[in-house]
Design a protein around this ligand. Structure first.
Ligand SMILES: N[C@@H](CCC(=O)N[C@@H](CS)C(=O)NCC(=O)O)C(=O)O
Length: 284
């Protein structure tokens, strides 16, 4: 979660311009007739090119994500869910391509180690959910999904270690042995940090950062991970973590973000979450 504070420098460093031959030709930036004579005057000086590069336009987005059990439905990735929540919050159109090892494009394997989620935006491609989210929030600012840097850093710190703790606990078998209890305790410790953060400070809104007024990238990232925890703990651990009684602030927060339209519109079935973790449990 620390990398959520990455600035655009990091996003730009990860970007790679795809050779024209790899993709269908992209459309030129639309020309405003009122400006066309001015554009003609500056043509061949490179200025129109830098204008396009400085401000990517909406449209032409394709999101490659892990596929579900049938190889073509949406898979169980909380990182892809995070990116989709951001796209939905901002009302950006995109095509979704659930992909497997066999169906992901060769350029994604060759140049990005096959990493998903991957957002191709016309001639560029970004990988890593935090980098993609920062890219989207930087260039498509409505609604802005970032709060002040210091507040975001504090909130990110409170979420540090959460997903590794969820993953280690859900993956562990046999359920209920001594190691399982240790992993459960680590998860409970991570949840206490979230509860403490939600209980602290001067809050006037329900969300995670600062005074809680803005639904930020941190909320968009956190919600899918908490959803995996909820489904996984019920499915594999007999509901061994009692969010309702032990973490009431977190319970209210989860109910709120799980009901948000962008979260629901980008959601996949609980069976898909269980399928993903049951595969992970077999391979460890
Ligand atoms: N740190 C990465 C993690 C992404 C990740 O773990 N993706 C997994 C699913 S949750 C995936 O797509 N696996 C399928 C594959 O790589 O083919 C991010 O934030 O984007």
């Amino acid at each position: 979660m620390k990398s959520i504070a990455l600035g655009m420098a990091a996003a730009v460093a990860c970007q790679w311009t795809v050779p024209a031959s790899s993709f269908a030709p992209t459309l030129a930036r639309p020309v405003n007739p009122a400006k066309s004579s001015a554009l003609a005057a500056i043509r061949n000086r490179g200025l129109e090119i830098s204008e396009e590069a400085a401000a990517p336009m909406p449209g032409g987005m394709i999101l490659y994500v892990k596929a579900g059990p049938d190889g073509s439905s949406l898979g169980d990735c909380p990182f892809a869910h995070f990116v989709r929540i951001v796209l939905h919050e901002k009302g950006l159109d995109y095509e979704i391509r659930p992909s497997t090892e066999d169906t992901k494009p060769q350029w994604l394997i060759d140049y990005y180690d096959g990493s998903m989620p991957a957002l191709r935006h016309r001639k560029e491609c970004y990988v890593d959910s935090n980098v993609i989210a920062e890219y989207l929030d930087f260039f498509f600012q409505e609604p802005r999904m970032a709060d002040k840097k210091r507040l975001s850093a504090e909130a990110a710190e409170a979420t540090d270690g959460l997903f590794p703790a969820i993953a280690k606990y859900l993956k562990h078998t046999p359920d209920g042995d001594e190691k399982d209890d240790e992993l459960k305790s680590s998860l409970i410790e991570a949840l206490r940090r979230l509860e403490g953060h939600l209980a602290a400070g001067d809050r006037s809104g329900p969300f995670f950062v600062g005074n809680g007024e803005i639904f930020t990238l941190i909320d968009a990232s956190l919600a899918p991970k908490l959803h995996h925890m909820q489904v996984g703990v019920n499915e594999f651990k007999g509901g061994a973590v009692d969010i309702d009684d032990d973490f009431p602030k977190l319970r209210a927060y989860m109910d709120l973000v799980f009901a948000r339209k962008s979260f629901v519109d980008a959601l996949y079935p609980e069976e898909t979450v269980a399928w993903g973790w049951s595969n992970a449990r077999k391979s460890t």
